[in-house]
Design a protein around this ligand. Structure first.
Ligand code: BTN
Length: 254
């Protein structure tokens, strides 16, 4: 446990909003400080990756967006932001709840074979640098029911630990870990971030089945390149994939 105060952070607490990422985007014109976070108890139009939505019961989970200005990063270094956020979530789960999680490339956090958190980073590039980024995090804390469709695929801190937690306290803790990991980026500790990322990559070095171009293939994840593409060894050949070009076959319904 650490001191609950977060120096310099400005947290905007909302009961309800369309999406905290959209809210963060709407206040960018007011030049919010680097340590600004938007937290909502409920989202009416929560955004997931691509055209997916993010649905979460009111008041049960972390729904948060943090604004950052990684102007020191070049556009081709943007994947480091993903490494920062995934490390922050893993540190948070391990330190605060003793939960060991994995990074399911590119934007999910898994415990076992179930998703506990999703990440949506939206960034704006200006010239040769990143102007700003909105880091959106949805992390399941107290939700126990995910509906028939998702119950095999999703989990929460409560389902794992059997205990209920105060979501707003968890938000402060997560922001604390995010701050520490972002400091690693400012300090250009690229290798440490990459080492952590690879060490905690879901299904690294395991021979598994995937779907590529509608076909089931067997392959082994061997890493992620500097652009954030997944490297998979398939039939003796190293192939790289962008998000959505490869699908993990995890559950029976895949
Ligand atoms: C995904 O797994 O598809 C990414 C989910 C990201 C959800 C979070 S919840 C807080 C923030 N606001 C949004 O509308 N989306 C992100």
């Amino acid at each position: 446990m650490f001191n609950q105060s977060l120096p310099n952070h400005k947290i905007i607490w909302l009961n309800e909003t369309e999406s905290t990422n959209l809210y963060a985007n709407s206040i960018l014109k007011e030049n919010p400080a680097d340590e600004t976070a938007i937290v909502a108890a409920f989202q009416t139009k929560g955004k997931g990756q691509h055209t997916n939505s993010w649905v979460s019961d009111a008041g049960k989970n972390i729904l948060m967006s943090r604004i950052v200005y990684p102007v020191f990063l070049k556009p081709d270094e943007i994947f480091f932001l993903n490494k920062v956020v995934t490390k922050a979530i893993l540190d948070f789960l391990q330190t605060e709840f003793s939960i060991s999680a994995k990074i399911k490339w590119p934007n999910d956090i898994y415990v076992g074979d179930k998703k506990i958190a999703g990440i949506l980073i939206e960034n704006a590039v200006m010239g040769s640098h990143i102007k700003h980024a909105i880091i959106g995090i949805g992390l399941n804390i107290n939700q126990e029911n995910f509906g028939e469709l998702l119950k095999q695929k999703c989990t929460s801190v409560k389902l794992i630990s059997g205990k209920e937690f105060i979501v707003n306290e968890s938000v402060i803790q997560l922001l604390h870990h995010l701050h520490n990991c972002y400091e690693m980026l400012i300090g250009k500790r690229f290798q440490a971030l990459t080492d952590f990322y690879l060490k905690h990559l879901y299904r690294l070095n395991e021979s598994r089945f995937f779907k590529v171009d509608f076909e089931k293939v067997e392959g082994t994840i061997v890493g992620v390149n500097h652009k954030g593409k997944l490297i998979v060894l398939i039939d003796g050949e190293f192939k790289t994939f962008m998000n959505k070009e490869i699908e993990y076959l995890i559950h029976d319904s895949n």
